[in-house]
Design a protein around this ligand. Structure first.
Ligand code: AMP
Length: 586
């Protein structure tokens, strides 16, 4: 690999962290002060993420600064300055306007981490349409379900993704009007359009329409325990959180090169893999390739990465490389490392110090919060194993439900409870698309209940305990057991299925399914493999079960619901807990 290193910056590398005194910063903090740092759209026409992330810099001294460096799997490099990013995203916005898309229309993108994904995301925001990323490792079922539920009118994708995942189901997607293929040289039949041709024809300047800070900007699907995925709606002013966490948590400084390894198919890859670094006018690095520890070391070295945002599964994989091989790279530019998505084990924090010369900071947030809420801050003491303390401006607490609409605060530093946030921060989700009831149910007694269990120690550090529901976190990706169960039950041999997350030392949890098959069918290894293949084809490798176990009966409660909690306890050899609701026939 021979990527050109990013030009050496004249800055002294001994920078002062942006947040030095946590208590003082919290005491002085106001969202209005953050808001005042943005001029907004010219002529007082509102607040648009793409203006703040791209056009604002392109119109000022950062015009020729490297905004996006893309590293291709085949070692190709594509660079975009802020000026170039402005032209490209304006072309995309014009292209969408030309197709009749405007405010509130959904543009879905199903692609690997290619430059067009980033241009489409920002162009969509410019056009005041709604960007909806779809993870490229999803199979046809999760993809089509999200396109349908998200009312997508345009899909930006590649030939391969389209043919395999969307084309066979096109008839079930009546609202999907245009498919833009980034690798098609010319337009085809069936409403298939060539992205490159339309981009070449579109003008490279665009006036962003008036944008209300509360206009919906991004639609992120996240899995639930029951029912189909939930579409969390985020608004333009969510960028205030991306901006302020860029300053206080990721500690951005003007000459930073930032690398967020998350895929934009997940919220981290959008909020931090696209928006936050650009809001700060710094260089954002994107690697197209999948994880490879040696490649990652080379990227960190040659690209002179100074701030790195990654995930526990990646760090655990990295740890396998050993301390010495990592130390043989010159990582002297690296200043801040953060991790999110799953519990970061204390050994990983300590390993970071040995191998990378820096501790790894854990932080916590979720799709619904839109941005980082709890973090270990660079200038503060790290408590390995803890998620850290709330961001200034964020009120977090541990609560216990006391009634249908009431909670009480838990002050005991040893006690576990529901992790709750006081509603009202700018990036809070504004709804679940088409599911007002589910949205309302998240707010109890004046708090947003996150679905996580945690505790808060005497010094205000939060410690993750687990999920309050059956959601699975595998390689940092959320998987809803219901989606997997529904797919398995489409197989003719399956009567019912119960799916759990089985703890795994590398990927956090692996998806395991317990399956009851029809009488007369043999529970063989062939069938097991067939079911795994069946699920993979439909759901994609990121979601499909890795293990399947046949069981004559699955434990159910009196309402006939499979008790995943019990399946998990039995799998782990843990106490079975309260069995009063277990149906006797089990
Ligand atoms: P997602 O909405 O896919 O980003 O997943 C959010 C969920 O991931 C949270 O509700 C937690 O269950 C988990 N999570 C995120 N960050 C952390 C962390 N630092 N430690 C433990 N769990 C985390």
């Amino acid at each position: 690999m021979h990527w050109a290193p990013i030009e050496k910056q004249p800055q002294s590398w001994a920078v002062r962290p942006n947040l030095l005194d946590y208590a003082v910063t919290c005491a002085d903090f106001s969202w209005d002060d953050v808001r005042r740092e943005f001029a907004g759209l010219p002529g007082g026409r509102g607040f648009n993420i793409a203006h703040e992330a791209v056009d604002r810099h392109a119109a000022g001294p950062r015009r020729d600064h490297l905004a996006l460096r893309w590293l291709g799997s085949d070692d190709t490099v594509r660079d975009f300055t802020y000026g170039e990013l402005k032209s490209q995203t304006s072309r995309c916005a014009n292209l969408l306007t030309g197709l009749g898309l405007g405010k509130g229309d959904t543009v879905a993108v199903l692609a690997d981490r290619i430059p067009e994904l980033y241009i489409a995301a920002l162009g969509t925001l410019k056009n005041t349409s709604v960007f909806c990323p779809l993870f490229s490792a999803f199979g046809p079922e999760p993809v089509c379900q999200r396109l349908r539920r998200g009312d997508a009118r345009v899909l930006v994708t590649t030939e391969r993704q389209y043919r395999h995942k969307v084309a066979p189901f096109r008839a079930t997607l009546p609202r999907l009007q245009h498919i833009l293929l980034v690798d098609a040289p010319d337009h085809g039949s069936d409403g298939l359009l060539s992205w490159s041709r339309l981009m070449a024809e579109a003008a490279d300047s665009f006036v962003i329409p008036p944008t209300d800070p509360e206009d919906v900007a991004v639609l992120h699907f996240t899995s639930g325990t029951t029912g189909m995925p939930k579409g969390a709606l985020h608004v333009h002013q969510a960028a205030l959180i991306h901006y302020i966490t860029g300053r206080y948590v990721l500690d951005f400084h003007p000459d930073d090169v930032f690398w967020c390894t998350a895929d934009p198919g997940w919220v981290t890859g959008t909020s931090y893999g696209i928006i936050a670094p650009l809001l700060h006018g710094i260089t954002n690095l994107v690697d197209e390739a999948d994880f490879d520890a040696t490649r990652w070391c080379r990227i960190l070295e040659t690209q002179r990465v100074s701030v790195w945002y990654t995930a526990p599964t990646a760090i655990r994989r990295f740890m396998r490389l050993g301390v010495e091989p990592v130390r043989s790279y010159d990582l002297s530019r690296l200043r801040v490392i953060h991790s999110v998505g799953e519990p970061l084990n204390p050994e990983a924090v300590v390993w970071g110090e040995k191998a990378l010369g820096l501790p790894i900071h854990d932080n916590w947030w979720q799709t619904e919060t839109g941005g980082i809420m709890i973090a270990n801050f660079p200038a503060l003491e790290i408590r390995p194993g803890s998620m850290g303390r709330p961001l200034p401006g964020i009120q977090a607490a541990i609560v216990r439900r006391t009634g249908p609409d009431s909670v009480e605060l838990i002050a005991d530093p040893e006690a576990h409870g529901d992790l709750a946030l006081r509603p009202g921060w700018p990036s809070m989700f504004r709804g679940y698309l088409h599911d007002e009831e589910r949205y309302r149910a998240c707010f109890v007694g004046g708090w947003y209940l996150t679905g996580d269990l945690a505790r808060r120690d005497g010094d205000g550090y939060f410690w993750f305990v687990g999920r309050a529901d059956d959601i699975i976190k595998t390689s940092g990706h959320m998987v809803g057991p219901f989606e997997v169960e529904s797919t398995l039950m489409e197989h003719p041999a399956v009567v019912e299925a119960g799916v759990i997350g089985k703890p795994d030392p590398l990927i956090g949890e692996l998806v395991k399914a317990f399956v009851t098959i029809k009488p007369g069918i043999e529970a063989s290894d062939e069938l097991r493999l067939e079911l795994i293949g069946f699920a993979r084809k439909r759901l994609g490798a990121a979601v499909a079960p890795k293990e399947i176990e046949f069981q004559a009966n699955l434990p159910k409660n009196k309402a006939g619901k499979i008790m995943r909690r019990l399946l998990k306890a039995r799998e782990l050899g843990l106490p079975e807990g309260d069995l009063s609701t277990l149906e006797k026939s089990e």
